[in-house]
Ligand binder design. Structure first.
Ligand code: X2X
Length: 340
C-alpha cells in the first residue's frame, strides 16, 4: 500500500539527505564555515583560559581553511555553569570548560581530583591528570554522553578568602558562611570543617560577597585577582585545600559531525592551548600574591596539616572513599600516595 501524507514527505526528505549538503554548500556565501560552533566558559575575558581558547579557535579556523569556526563566549555570557552544562548536553553549546567538581553533578567520579589535600604540588597534579586518573575520569565522562579532551586546563590550588574573620585554624571555619560552587564534594568538605557552605554559581559570587550573603569564598589566587574578588574580601588564608581544573567538554553529536581530520585538528589545538594555559597560570602564581597584597588583601599562612587532620577526624576521607569506590580511590592513591 503506498504511503502518502506528511510521514511520506518526511521519509522522502530523509532519504534525500545525502544530496542536501552539496546543495546547501553551493548556495552558501563564499567561505562560510561548514561547522559553526560555540565554546563557552565561566572565566573573565582576560583570564588565560579565555585568552588561550581564543588562540586555539583562530588556529583551528586557519588549519581547516575556514571550515571550522568556533566562537568563544567567556565570562558566563551564555549563563551560569549549571545552565551551560545543560546547554552543552542539548547541543545549544558545543564546547564548554567546566570544573570536574561541578561536572560531578552529572558524572560523580569527575569530582575525584577535589579530594581535600590530595595533591601536594603541580608535578603530582599533571602526572595524575595527564595519566591514569585523568584517563579514568574521561572514560566516565564518555559513558555519560559527553566527550572530554585529553588535556585539562588549570584553575589552581584553592585558597580561602573572607570579609569578616581571619581564618587561621580549622576552628575559625566553624559557622563561617562560605560560598562554594554547586557540587556535593565542596559542600561536604566545608561541612566537615563545621562551616556553613552556601552553593552559588560563579556568575553570582562577586555580588554574594558584596552583599555579604556569604562572608567568604575559596578560589585560586589568579581568579581572585582577575575576577576582582579582592575588592570585596579582606583576608586570604593560604590553605591550598584542593586542586581544581577544567575539563574541555564537547557535545558528542557536534564533535562527531566533523570529518575525522577536523576532529583531530580541533582536539590537537585545544590540547595545545590547555598546556600553554597551565604555563600562564604557573607564571602568574609567582607574582599574583604580591599584587593582591598591594591591593590590600591580608595574607595568612596556615598549618595545612591541621586542616587535613580536621577533615580526617570528621570522617571526610572515609566517606568519600566509599562514595568514589575502591577502583577510583585506588587510582587516586596510586598517584598521590595513601590518604588514610
Ligand atoms: O566557581 C568557581 O569558584 C570556579 C570559577 O573556580 C569554578 O569554576 C569551580
Amino acid at each position: 500500500m503506498p504511503i502518502t501524507g506528511p510521514a511520506a514527505t518526511r521519509r522522502a526528505i530523509l532519504a534525500g539527505t545525502a544530496a542536501l549538503p552539496l546543495f546547501a554548500i553551493r548556495t552558501r556565501p563564499a567561505r562560510a564555515a561548514d561547522f559553526s560552533f560555540k565554546l563557552a566558559n565561566n572565566s573573565p575575558a582576560t583570564h588565560p583560559q579565555t585568552v588561550r581558547q581564543m588562540e586555539a579557535v583562530a588556529r583551528i579556523k586557519q588549519a581547516t581553511g575556514g571550515a571550522v569556526d568556533i566562537a568563544v563566549f567567556p565570562n558566563n555570557q551564555l549563563g551560569s555553569d549549571t545552565d551551560m552544562l545543560s546547554q552543552l548536553r542539548s547541543g545549544a553549546i558545543d564546547f564548554f570548560t567546566l570544573s570536574g567538581l561541578i561536572l560531578s553533578t552529572l558524572v560523580p567520579p569527575a569530582a575525584i581530583n577535589g579530594v581535600g589535600f590530595a595533591f601536594k604540588d603541580y608535578a603530582t597534579v599533571w602526572k595524575a591528570m595527564d595519566g591514569a586518573l585523568g584517563a579514568y575520569v574521561r572514560k566516565e565522562i564518555d559513558k555519560r554522553g559527553l566527550l572530554a579532551m585529553d588535556k585539562m586546563w588549570d584553575n589552581g590550588f584553592r585558597q580561602i578568602t573572607s570579609s569578616t574573620r581571619a581564618i587561621r585554624t580549622p576552628e575559625d571555619l566553624k559557622g563561617f558562611k562560605i560560598r562554594v560552587p554547586i557540587s556535593p564534594l565542596w559542600t561536604s568538605m566545608f561541612e566537615a570543617f563545621g562551616a556553613s557552605p552556601i552553593s552559588i554559581n560563579f556568575s553570582e559570587v562577586y555580588s554574594a560577597l558584596q552583599t555579604k550573603i556569604a562572608e567568604g569564598q575559596e578560589n585560586p589566587l589568579t581568579l581572585i585577582q582577575i575576577a576582582k574578588l579582592y575588592e570585596v574580601q579582606k583576608y586570604c588564608s593560604l590553605t591550598s585545600h584542593m586542586w581544581d581544573g577544567f575539563w574541555m567538554l564537547a557535545n558528542k553529536r557536534s564533535f562527531q559531525s566533523m570529518p575525522e581530520n577536523f576532529q583531530q585538528i580541533v582536539a590537537k589545538e585545544l590540547n595545545a592551548s590547555a598546556v600553554q594555559e597551565r604555563e600562564d597560570i604557573a607564571k602568574l602564581n609567582d607574582t599574583v600574591a604580591a599584587d593582591l597584597k598591594a591591593k590590600g588583601l591580608e595574607f595568612i599562612e596556615v598549618d595545612k596539616a591541621q586542616f587535613r587532620a580536621a577533615l580526617k577526624q570528621a570522617g571526610f576521607y572515609a566517606q568519600w572513599q566509599k562514595k568514589f569506590g575502591d577502583e577510583a580511590w585506588g587510582i587516586l592513591e596510586s598517584q598521590v600516595g595513601s590518604l588514610a
